[in-house]
Design a protein around this ligand. Structure first.
Ligand SMILES: [Zn+2]
Length: 368
């Protein structure tokens, strides 16, 4: 009978014994000398040999019994003999290894798919769904929410409303004739920051600091048309819905709906620093361009305003925070180019609008 030199571990200690393995019809017998020089004999019954590790390149080892496993480390000749001695075991073992390998591959692939799915839900599907849902909300509800958001913001920042300018700018806006049915409430606040932003429900806030920066009435037309575009597309509500959607889902999952209410209120106070994606800003710029152009008002004002704001911002960025109008700041140059390209493609002489000019002069003179 052939004997094979193997390394044997009892599984009780990390010690490896030099052993001789012999194959019998239903067992493998191992003979080795223990640390006291006593000859020991161990029989491995065929049925208890662990098949899962056999046949693969797992360190050429074979285990036996229950945990802690006895182990044999052996070379190729031993495993060839094993295959000859117990062909049945070898066959099932290889399959077992294959199945096990496949199982791991499947689990791994499934985990990756679950991760991709979860990430897509989190970053794409849930926000997109929320965006779509937001657009189905009747405008009256958006106005009700907008009123609350407006009140909270006014109170939170303790803004001083300039009643006279508010009245005049609302009149100016009406004379632009660019609103398409949505009610607009413009408020001018005395605040030395060049900013303007639109809240849900057509609530637009314009800081006096921005009016002070303007030299032409077309700039006012530009910023109002741009902010109105956000109202028209419901960007504010939709952006709130998008950013809240994941919180909402998580809150529903963990059953903490009171937390959700807190988040909505918290976000309502943040509309001033609300940032839209570059895509939404360009969408608003394009809408403003078309709206002004169709009313015979030069969209050049958008460019003038961009230029004066970014110059002021670069010169003095400690005092002037990034205005909503420039919220995709690094892209300002691209947005200017976008309007310039459209002006070039559509060369036109825009008539002087006496009514808006007069209105503009009164706004500028007010409070001086
Ligand atoms: Zn904007």
């Amino acid at each position: 009978m052939d004997k094979f030199q193997v390394k044997y571990s009892t599984g009780q200690t990390s010690r490896l014994y030099d052993a001789e393995a012999s194959f019998y019809p239903h067992k493998i017998t191992l003979n080795y000398l223990d640390e006291n020089g006593i000859l020991c004999t161990v029989d491995w019954e065929k049925e208890k040999i662990n098949s899962t590790r056999y046949g693969a390149s797992f360190n050429n080892s074979l285990t036996y019994g229950d945990f802690p496993f006895q182990t044999i480390n052996a070379d190729e000749t031993f495993f060839k003999a094993l295959k000859t001695a117990f062909p049945q075991l070898a066959a099932t073992d290889s399959t077992a290894v294959l199945i096990k390998k496949k199982t791991w591959q499947t689990i791994f692939l499934s985990l990756i798919l679950v991760a991709i799915f979860t990430a897509s839900c989190y970053f794409y599907f849930i926000p997109a769904l929320a965006d779509n849902l937001a657009q189905t909300i009747p405008y009256e509800y958006e106005e009700m929410l907008g009123e609350q958001v407006y009140d909270r913001n006014m109170a939170a920042f303790n803004f001083d409303i300039n009643e006279e300018k508010t009245k005049l700018v609302n009149e100016y806006f009406k004379n632009l004739h660019i609103a398409d049915g949505k009610t607009v409430h413009i408020t001018v606040v005395d605040y030395d920051e060049a900013n303007a932003f639109a809240m849900p429900g057509g609530y637009i806030v314009l800081f006096s600091g921005l009016l002070d920066q303007m030299r032409h009435h077309e700039e006012l037309a530009g910023v109002l048309a741009h902010e109105y575009a956000h109202v028209h597309y419901r960007h504010s509500l939709r952006s709130m819905a998008r950013s809240l959607a994941n919180y909402a889902v998580i809150s529903l999952i963990i059953g903490d709906v009171s937390g959700l209410a807190g988040i909505i209120v918290e976000n309502a106070d943040n509309v001033r620093s609300l940032q839209y994606s570059r895509q939404l800003e360009v969408e608003a710029d394009n809408y403003a361009f078309d709206a002004l152009d169709s009313q015979g008002i030069s969209p050049q004002g958008i460019i003038w305003l961009f230029e004066s704001l970014s110059a002021a911002h670069e010169k003095n960025d400690v005092q002037i925070s990034v205005p909503e109008f420039l919220s995709t700041h690094p892209d300002t140059q691209k947005r200017i180019e976008n309007i310039e390209t459209q002006l070039k493609e559509n060369p036109k002489k825009y008539p002087n609008n006496e009514r808006l000019q007069r209105s503009w002069k009164v706004i500028k003179a007010e409070g001086k």
